[in-house]
Design a protein around this ligand. Sequence first.
Ligand code: MTE
Ligand code: MO
Length: 383
Amino acid sequence: SDYSREPPRHPSLRINAKEPFNAEPERRDLAAAYITPVDLFFKRNHGPIPVLDDIDSYCVTIGGLAGRPRRLSLDDIRKLPKYNVTATLQCAGNRRTEMSKSRKVRGVGWDVCALGNATWGGAKLSDVLQLVGVPYHTEITPSGGKHVEFISVDQCPEEKGGPYKASIPLGQATNPAADVLLAYEMNGEVLKRDHGYPLRAIVPGVIGARSVKWLDRIDIIEEESQGFFMQKDYKMFPPSVDWDNIVWSTRKPQMDYPVQSAICSLEDISAVKPGQVIVAGYALSGGGRGIERVDISPDGGKSWFEAHRYQKQGVPYVAGNVTSDKWAWVLFKAIVDVKGDTEIVAKAVDSSANVQPESVESIWNLRGILNTCWHRVRLLATP
Ligand code: MTE
Ligand code: MO
């Protein structure tokens, strides 16, 4: 693989792997803004960043249609109505390091910042598909197509099956309300190379792995994508399954993200002066389920009170149609009066009353995905 043409990156990012480049911001930097600045947005890659600089000849090919494949230029896509969707993209591996402490898991180690909230600008996939003859709200095409596969130009390692791929159900892709985008902007600027320039999919409410960057093709297919990252990765197995007894085909590819929250104003262990301590962080859920509340415990889970939430600050003005913020995280804040050493805990409840699980052991899985257990940080009171 050729890593000689990687883009420049912000020096404050925490690098978890260099080649491919995987990095996340510091906790404090992430929680500082409702909209995550592009240079601080986590970067999750499986290979080198492709170089696509001949934008005039760039095309995305749409196949699996009734007729011949259609090739759409960036201009064709820009001519469609533009939508700005504020959505949080979260890697399924967020908080993996913590899961690995309970029992070792495989994968890039991430702290709690493998996510970011951005305003994505682009065309709705439902409009793009309509343009090439697939109407809104199509669950199955006359020829039996039921899924939409995104294929990237990037070259993942051979054993991972070449170009990165993922699929979503056709019903979701053709539903305008699902807000699936072919995005060419992030926070009002042209998409950066690290984030999929010139065109990427954004699938709100779903694990980041399905939001394929650097699109080359979009195919309507009968079965879900057979790509490595759909079939041999990003599946949630029970704690009883390990590398010696795994049968990948027994589980479905993970799609929606479960309810999640984390404290970002404090590290795992922080020394603090007795008195008022700020407990701030993020909460979000998948599938467009909003956050109902965030509970904070000042004493390791014995007692709880509700955090304040704040939202929608600093959304950049971008021309185009603004859709809802139901795919975006909620930032929360609480003040805890610290008297001695203690453990602070955060847990969120979503609009369907789903609650984060208490223990990491109960959701342990060999790939270390979807660690959504209560987030605990220790405070050591200094005299
Ligand atoms: N798309 C391509 N082409 N190649 C990749 O490696 N990684 C996926 C997804 N799309 C990936 C990709 C994963 S696992 C995540 S979490 C998100 O992109 C990360 O998006 P970001 O780097 O813009 O934060
Ligand atoms: Mo991911």
